[in-house]
Design a protein around this ligand. Structure first.
Ligand SMILES: Cc1cc2nc3c(=O)[nH]c(=O)nc-3n(C[C@H](O)[C@H](O)[C@H](O)COP(=O)(O)OP(=O)(O)OC[C@H]3O[C@@H](n4cnc5c(N)ncnc54)[C@H](O)[C@@H]3O)c2cc1C
Length: 499
């Protein structure tokens, strides 16, 4: 690298993927400026502070902490010097209308006990499942998701024939679970992770048994101060590494001339020049709305066809008193489990039988709420904006809230309206407006077979030199650990190409 301009990288957006990319690029000697439109970094992993409550806007389940440890270690630091992670154990309880409960735990004895209760004699199946999913997890992280590979044959070619067969890429997620479990409750619980991946367990590849496995093997964690406590730690790491972080700095265009990136234009009209731009704005939004090129940009119509994960309506309630009958994380699953996926993904409507997730993080970190109060987070999946054209989202949110409260009541959990001291609600419209999420999709591009690995939106532009992508809709995928890996991968990509 020669001139100062060639060493300059502009990172557009300040989500976790952006922060990770910025740290890695800085460590490789680039001058990095991060431009975030919002008042603070973190992206979807944002913060609402109200009336003494501290709510995480998006992610609430932290898994694979080793990915964050690696990020800090790359900079010669220790994660634990920046943020303390509190274990959430038992991790997550699934509940059905018929009163059945199933609790996941990273303590194998507890998990065995739960499976035995729902499926007597299942211990050998549990061991077989853990062995099988553990092997998938090893193969996924050692050979598939942690490196930049653009060629499908080369990607899968790294696997031995035995490993390839074991991935379950050609079987459905549910099909993999059926190999091990007879109990529909166990299968529904473990398969419900598909919702965040943008498919149903009946369609998505069997490889994704690594999700429930990963949670059990590596535990679920709550950073002290909430998930935003972790974001603050990563932001500090980036600033200490020398990244220039600018907030309230919206980029209105990524400018390309003659097939190369030239810089970005800010909302106030200023142009910042750089030959390297990494966009952390949701990749399909970047391609359809931000890139301004003097040549036809074929990625734009392609991006518009990306299959996205669902939207969500999220509620943040500051509640007076304890919320009896709920642990830290609970997922309420409907009796018509398949119907919920069909409504969401095929029929394009809010599921009649509504699955939803509730977290009470103040149960683990009391500092997230005023003394004696509870911070409650509710997430219900919805179709994306284009699947419900003309929807009145505040009315949808009102109906969802009513159904959530009714269901909670049936389960013996009462959150009486007079106890709700403050409330915030985000619909898919808010998620799009606040964070630029394409079509209001909460988790980014779906993880269907043809949108994973080398088939997913690559982390570089094939048309515009100098344009790169980081975050949930590019490789390797969605979720906090994945976007942190995405940051390392894009930094490696840039270093390979620029030096
Ligand atoms: C409700 C919800 C719950 C979730 N739960 C979990 C969970 O429990 N566990 C988990 O691991 N993951 C979870 N996720 C997924 C996880 O949050 C994401 O995968 C991850 O945080 C995405 O990071 P990112 O790097 O893609 O950046 P994003 O979070 O998408 O951030 C992009 C940033 O770009 C900024 N931006 C947009 N447009 C512009 C512009 N024009 N100029 C400048 N800046 C701009 C935005 O303001 C934003 O800060 C959840 C997501 C949601 C929405």
């Amino acid at each position: 690298m020669k001139s100062t301009e060639e060493k300059r990288v502009l990172v557009v957006g300040g989500g976790l993927g952006a922060l990770s990319a910025a740290v890695h690029l800085r460590l490789k000697g680039f001058d990095v400026t991060l431009l975030e439109a919002g008042e603070r970094v973190g992206g979807r992993a944002n913060l609402i502070e109200r009336d003494g409550f501290r709510f995480d806007t998006g992610p609430s389940l932290l898994n694979y902490p080793w990915v964050f440890e690696e990020l800090f270690a790359a900079a010669g630091k220790r994660l634990e010097d920046y943020v303390r992670l509190l274990p959430v154990e038992p991790s997550l309880t699934f509940r059905w209308a018929d009163g059945t409960r199933f609790t996941l735990s990273s303590d194998l004895q507890n998990f065995l006990g739960e499976c035995e209760r729902l499926e007597p004699g299942s211990a050998p199946s549990v061991f077989a499942f853990m062995r099988d999913a553990g092997e998938k997890y090893r193969v996924a992280f050692d050979k598939l998701v942690g490196r930049n590979v653009d060629n499908p044959a080369k990607w899968l070619g790294a696997l031995t024939p035995r490993e390839l067969l074991g991935t379950g890429l050609w079987r459905s997620f549910d099909g993999e679970l059926r190999r091990h479990f007879k109990s529909r409750h166990v299968r529904e619980a473990l398969g419900s992770y598909a919702m965040y991946l943008g498919g149903s367990p009946f369609q998505l590849p069997g490889m994704f048994t690594i999700l429930p496995y990963g949670e059990m093997a590596y535990g679920l964690w709550l950073p002290e101060g909430g998930v935003y406590g972790l974001v603050e730690g990563v932001e500090r790491l980036a600033r200490e590494a020398g990244v220039e972080v600018r907030t309230r700095c919206r980029v209105s265009k990524i400018i390309a001339r003659g097939g190369s990136v030239y810089g970005v234009q800010l909302a106030d009209g200023t142009v910042e020049r750089a030959h390297l731009v990494v966009s952390n704005v949701d990749a399909p939004t970047t391609d359809t709305e931000l890139v301004e090129s003097d040549r036809p940009f074929a990625a734009r119509p392609r991006a518009a066809k990306t299959k996205m994960t669902p939207g969500v309506v999220t509620f943040y309630w500051g509640v007076a008193g304890e919320v009896e009958g709920l642990g830290h994380h609970s997922i309420f699953l409907p009796e018509d489990y398949r119907g919920a996926f069909d409504d969401l993904l095929e029929r394009g409507r809010v599921p009649r039988a509504l699955p939803f997730y509730v977290a009470v993080p103040s149960a683990t970190d009391p500092n997230l709420a005023p003394r004696g109060c509870s911070a409650v987070f509710v997430l219900a999946p919805t179709p994306t904006l284009s699947r419900m054209p003309g929807a009145d989202w505040s009315e949808e949110a009102r109906k969802i809230k009513e159904r959530v409260l009714e269901t909670l009541k049936l389960h013996g959990v009462s959150i009486e309206p007079w106890r709700v001291m403050c409330e915030e609600v985000y619909t898919p419209l808010d998620w799009r407006r606040r964070f630029g999420l394409y079509d209001g999709s909460a988790f980014g591009a779906a993880h269907t077979l043809f949108q994973v690995g080398p088939f997913r939106r690559k982390n570089f532009s094939e048309e515009l030199e100098g344009l790169y992508y980081v975050g949930a809709s590019t490789t390797p995928g969605t979720g906090m650990p994945m976007v942190v890996l995405s940051g390392r991968l894009v930094a490696e990509r840039i270093t390979e190409r620029v030096r």
